[in-house]
Structure formats: C-alpha cells, structure tokens
Ligand binder design. Structure first.
Ligand code: EPU
Length: 357
C-alpha cells in the first residue's frame, strides 16, 4: 500500500484550500484498508476519511492519515416487488451514479442530480435537494470499523438520519442524565458501499418553487425523471458556482428550525422573511434569506466571499490551484461574522454545515 507524504490537498477539496496532508493513502478496496490497519507503521495513526472533499473545510495542514476513498463499482443487486436495489462503491461520483441509474431505467434520484461529492459521503450528511433526501431512497450500507477491522451493515434506522445529519457526524458520548451510551460513528468507520431502493412505482417529487417554474415554462405537468434531472441540473448550474471553477462546498450553513412563536416574532420585524412550515409544527427558515437580509451577499473577507447569486454559499475568490487561494481561516472569519450579524439581527444561531478540520 502506497502512502504518499506531504501531499497537496488543494485538488482534493472543492473549496480548493491550499492545505497539505502529512500522509495520504488511496483506498481502492477493503484489502487496501485492512492491509493499512495491520501495518505497524500506520496502525496507531489517527485517521481522517476523505471522499470527494465537497463537504469539508480545511483550516490548516491535516495531521491524521487521510484515507482517500476510491472504491468503485455500481450494480443492480436485487429486484423486489416494489423496488430496484442498486449498489455503488463509496468512491463513485454521486452525480455520475444518479445519471447511471436513470440510464439503466431506475428513476428516483433525479432531484439530487449534480450534488457534488461521492456516494460514500452521501449518507454522512444525508444529502438532499428539491424535496428528496438520501434517507428517502436508502436501503443499507456496508462500512468497516477502523478500530476492529470488522465489516458491518446499517439500515436507515441505524444510520439515524436527520436534516443533513446522521450517526456518522456524531461521536460516542455517555448521556449522563439517562445513564446511557449514545453510539456515534464519527472518525470510527469507513463506508465501503451504499445500497439504494429505487421504487418501481415512480412518481415525480414536485412542489418546489424552482421546479414549479420549470413546469410552467415548459407547460408540462407530469415531467419524466429525465426531464426533472435536466431541470435540476439547469437550476443548480444557474445559481450555484461550479466547484471546478470557483471553490465552494455548497450551502455553508444549515437552514435553521424555529418555533411558530419565534417565526412570528421575526415576521413582525421583517415581513419579507422566507420560511417553510414543517409537519411537526416547527418552521424552517431560509438561511440564505437571513444572510442576504443582513447585507452579506457579494461581501468578502480576504479571498473568502459570499456568492453573489446565493447567499448561503461561501466561495474561494482566489485560485483553484496555486498559493493565491482563500485560507480556511478567512472562510471561518467570514462565517463567524455572518453568524454574529444574523444572531444580532434575528436572534438565530446559524449552524455550519460542512465538516471543519
Ligand atoms: N434566498 C435569498 N437570498 C439568496 C438566495 C436565496 O433570499 O441569496 C431565498 C429565496 O427566497 C429562496 C430561499 O432563500 O427561495 C431558499 O433558497 P434555495 O431555494 O436556493 O434553497 P436553500 O434553502 O438555500 C437548500 C439546500 C440546498 C438545496 C436547495 C434546493 C440546505 C442547507 N441547502 O438550499 O442544498 O440544493 O435547498 O433543495 O438545506 C447543500 O446542502 O449544500 C445544498 C446546496
């Protein structure tokens, strides 16, 4: 197993921050990983799993051994009465996988077209767009326990999915009040393969303003999966920066959830607030709107900026290669200033969405 030392990560994170890894190993299969874990040179090193680098902000050089997941393969594993069960290696590109499922005649992932990153990273933050989240199509995943070397399988309930959240974002902790141990898998496992259940009785998932506009424009009330795929690609290309050209990690903050009272309080101060009532009575606020209302769209700190067309997206205004790029510190300073002004104006604490390393 080849471990590369002092490895530049600029092409391995979509923010294109110019940080280095002390050591990086490319994991193409389970055996690569088991070999590494058994190697006395590396077995004691802390590790960091890296997929497409599209949901990570590097604030400096990375000391743990980076496990760069490059496990490939996509296949139909099973056909049940209700669904096609398709599987992809964790290193597969997510968008290419979505396109492949459509080409094979298994629709269901089209609303999540063009989300950057790998299949293996998709359950970690329970990716989602235009009314569909990974958990809605999830069947199971296989992962390897980095402490024991054992492979285990988790179903959706065991992944504890939430809004941009899962068991993979949390560490284990003792819940003192209940005397229980909460099991988290952060830094504990490496996802090898993901299986999705794509329903045979497919229905388009509609109801999002951007999609509604496309339906009106095309005078089409029952779009096909391919049509939706094409529209989602068009919508995303029009308002989100292409990470190959402008470094970014998609939405930098989560959309916050508040009570109906808190929402009414903010509306009293600014009736233009954009919000979405949820089934449980709570209300989700558009973080992009809160940031925009505080005047941040288009602003910068050093080479870190707020994207002109979508205030929830922070961008690297510097080079995507070479030293003249934003630093992780600049991005965090900008993020902190945004959090402060949104809190001072609206009393809302914005939570950072990507993993900060
Ligand atoms: N808006 C503004 N100013 C802006 C941009 C948006 O006021 O600069 C307002 C608009 O009124 C708009 C509303 O905010 O209607 C919401 O914006 P948008 O539809 O672009 O969606 P979002 O809530 O900002 C979320 C996801 C995206 C996902 C889209 C579409 C999160 C954190 N983000 O963004 O996911 O693509 O919905 O479903 O939930 C990601 O997670 O990285 C991501 C890109």
């Amino acid at each position: 197993m080849l471990v590369q030392k002092n490895f530049s990560l600029q092409a391995f994170n979509t923010f294109h921050i110019a940080a280095k890894a002390r050591a990086l190993a490319r994991i193409a299969c389970e055996a690569d990983l088991l070999g590494l874990l058994a190697d006395p040179k590396w077995s004691d090193w802390p590790t960091l799993v890296l997929g497409g680098g599209s949901n990570i902000l590097l604030t400096g050089d990375v000391k743990p051994l980076i496990l760069k997941v490059e496990i490939l393969g996509r296949r139909l594993v099973q056909e049940t009465a209700r669904a096609f069960i398709v599987e992809a290696g964790a290193g597969e590109n997510w968008h290419d996988f979505v396109a492949w499922t459509l080409a094979q005649g298994y629709p269901g992932l089209e609303n999540m077209a063009l989300i950057p990153g790998t299949v293996g990273a998709s359950p970690v933050q329970n990716i989602g767009a235009y009314g569909v989240e990974l958990q809605d199509r999830f069947d199971a995943l296989d992962a390897l326990d980095l402490q024991t070397g054992q492979v285990f399988t988790l179903n959706a309930a065991q992944c504890a999915f939430g809004y941009r959240d899962s068991i993979f974002k949390h560490g284990s902790s003792a819940q003192a009040d209940k005397g229980q141990q909460a099991i988290g898998l952060k830094h504990r496992s490496l996802i090898l393969r993901v299986r999705l259940a794509l329903p045979k009785r497919w229905q388009p998932v509609l109801g999002y303003a951007d999609i509604d506009r496309k339906m009106l424009e095309h005078a089409c009330s029952q779009p096909s999966a391919q049509q939706l795929f094409d529209w989602v690609c068009e919508i995303r290309r029009a308002k989100l920066p292409d990470p190959a050209l402008v470094g970014n990690v998609g939405s930098f903050f989560k959309n916050p959830t508040v009570t109906a009272e808190q929402c009414a309080d903010i509306i009293a101060r600014d009736p233009r607030l954009v919000y979405y009532p949820l089934a449980d009575g709570s209300i989700k606020l558009a973080a992009a709107w809160l940031i925009d209302a505080c005047g941040w769209r288009g602003k910068s700190v050093g080479l870190a900026g707020v994207y002109e067309k979508q205030a929830l997206v922070l961008v690297n205004r510097g080079a995507v290669d070479g030293p003249d790029s934003a630093t992780g510190g600049e991005v965090m300073t900008l993020a902190g200033s945004i959090q402060t002004s949104v809190y001072e104006r609206f009393g809302i604490r914005l939570e950072i969405e990507p993993v900060v390393v």
